[in-house]
Design a protein around this ligand. Structure first.
Ligand code: GLU
Length: 515
């Protein structure tokens, strides 16, 4: 049986876009589903675009998402090194081999000469100049120069590139697992550079050589790479590797929230939403941003959301654990059309995961935010807090934003609501209610909040008070706001002493709000 090997092959040119995480996820799911290997390969041959910290970012993002490579830089594996910059010598050998077999050639054209050729083409009305079969005969390469001339240029150390010799007049058909048969005409392709003048391979050469040497069986990547695949097929043919060519699956584009065009980094800034998995600290504030993690998403919620950007199980089920995704996922169900990045849906998933998470797990996520704000609550109190708030938040930081009063005390009261509802004449009754609550035993306070509720209700009944007169005032006294968890649950969590202190302080203040 074929051993399934898939790879995620990002270039470390900056923070990894959220689409990259989707690509990694789909590769991971296929590998796990078919008992294969998920490989991370860093495609860092374009030194001009190398960004320090980008590789670390990629690894951290995969780790945060739980998409742990079976092989890769720092992850071990028998096919390394997994960083292309460390594999440099291999590529040049293959490029030379292709020259020997007549599938590639040396080209010595200087940038100025190429510019002149481009201008000349333009003068003839050809605006997209291509270095191809139609023009290579007029340019300076080992197909037009004599063997001796080529040799002496090489010996003299003159700069050169190696180009793929694309034969015109061929059809190049690819059986894409998502798109079906896709055919390219070789006439439309240029003679791509394989090896650059600095001796580094281009993406095309390095990518194909490594897919072959790493025995990759399935190439699963974004749709933007579909046109390159034609060149890749030619490379497989030229190296006589066609029988071992991987199968290709090109994933649909991720579209802007309004569905118009491709989701870009700028959309994140424009709409104030995350379009990267993690934050990035750039040199200036404009170059820095927060990611899904900093916005307060749980990794599994992000993955569940991303899984649906281009795939669906064909059933009504939306919530999928990683195990369930692995079971349900299949390339056949990946869609061709672009997938809209619906941020509200991402938040919906997060909300579902927060509701479903247990309090101890939530406490782990919430604790660092409290610590940043100077609070180190007891574990039991924190878990109780998470339990009361979890149905009221969508993103993790909201635990603090909406529930800080559990730690800070009430900083601000909803004055308008107090002015509408508070009747100073009833003040003695509220004080009496506080006294009767203070007389409940500690066991009652620490037990079922229903008991505090019952005691309050019988007090109200005995004193002719309606719940609508009392409960909103208690709520504002405890929390400052009309929103938040149920009154008696708050009381139980805050405890007898704290609750009574908050009531006493608030009732005194409420009188002063009434002018
Ligand atoms: N290095 C390419 C990228 O940055 C890889 C494309 C592919 O998977 O072949 O996405």
């Amino acid at each position: 049986m074929e051993r399934i090997r898939v790879r995620f092959a990002p270039s470390p040119t900056g923070a990894l876009h959220i689409g990259g995480i989707r690509t990694a996820l789909y590769n991971y799911l296929i590998a796990k589903k078919l008992g294969g290997k998920f490989i991370l390969r860093i495609e860092d041959t374009d030194q001009g675009r190398f960004v320090p910290g980008a590789e670390e970012y990629i690894v951290e993002a995969l780790q945060w998402a739980g998409l742990i490579p079976d092989e890769g830089p720092g992850f071990g594996g028998a096919y390394g090194p997994y960083r292309q910059s460390e594999r440099k010598s291999r590529y040049a050998d293959y490029a030379r081999q292709m020259i020997e077999s007549g599938n590639a050639y040396y080209a010595f054209d200087t940038p100025e000469e190429l510019e002149a050729a481009r201008e000349a083409a333009k003068a003839q009305g050809i605006h997209t100049f291509k270095y191809d079969a139609a023009v290579r005969g007029q340019l300076k390469n080992s197909l037009t120069l004599s063997a001796a001339e080529t040799r002496s240029r090489l010996d003299a150390g003159e700069p050169y590139v190696i180009r793929l010799k694309v034969e015109p007049g061929q059809d190049i058909a690819i059986e894409d697992m998502v798109r079906g048969e896709v055919t390219f005409r070789s006439d439309e392709l240029d003679d791509k550079i394989l090896l650059k003048s600095d001796g580094m391979p281009t993406y095309h050469l390095a990518n194909v050589v490594d897919d072959r040497l790493m025995e990759i069986t399935h190439v699963i990547r974004g749709e933007e790479w579909l046109p390159s695949t034609a060149h890749h097929v030619l490379l497989y043919r030229a190296m006589q590797w066609e029988d071992r060519m991987p199968r290709f699956a090109h994933l649909p584009l991720i579209l802007k929230p309004d569905g118009k065009g491709k989701l870009s980094k700028r959309d994140g800034v424009r709409l104030g939403i995350p379009v990267f998995p993690l934050g990035w600290a750039g040199a200036t504030p404009e170059e820095s941003f927060r990611g899904f993690r900093e916005f307060g998403f749980l990794p599994q919620a992000m993955l569940n959301f991303l899984a649906f950007l281009g795939w669906n199980p064909g059933t009504e089920q939306e919530m999928f654990s990683m195990e369930e995704l692995i079971q349900a996922f299949s390339v056949e169900k990946i869609v061709k059309s672009g997938a809209r990045f619906d941020y509200d849906k991402a938040k919906w998933f997060n909300q579902q995961y927060i509701h479903a998470a247990d309090n101890a797990q939530l406490a782990e996520w919430v604790r660092p935010i409290l610590a940043q704000n100077g609070y180190e609550p007891e574990q039991a109190y924190l878990e109780g807090f998470c339990g009361l708030m979890k149905e009221r938040v969508t993103l993790i930081p909201e635990f603090w934003e909406k529930g800080a009063y559990f730690f800070t005390g009430v900083q601000e009261y909803d004055r308008a609501a107090v002015q509408k509802k508070w009747n100073p004449e009833r003040r003695p009754l509220f004080d009496a209610l506080a006294v009767s609550l203070s007389e409940l035993t500690l066991a009652v306070w620490q037990g079922d909040p229903g008991e505090i509720k019952t005691a309050t209700e019988s007090f109200m009944q005995a004193n002719g008070l309606k719940p609508g007169d009392v409960l909103p005032m208690l709520r504002i006294a405890l929390a400052g706001t009309m929103q938040g968890p149920a009154v008696f649950e708050m009381m139980q969590l805050l405890g007898r002493e704290e609750s009574l202190a908050r009531l006493a302080k608030a009732f005194g203040l409420f009188d002063t709000f009434i002018a």
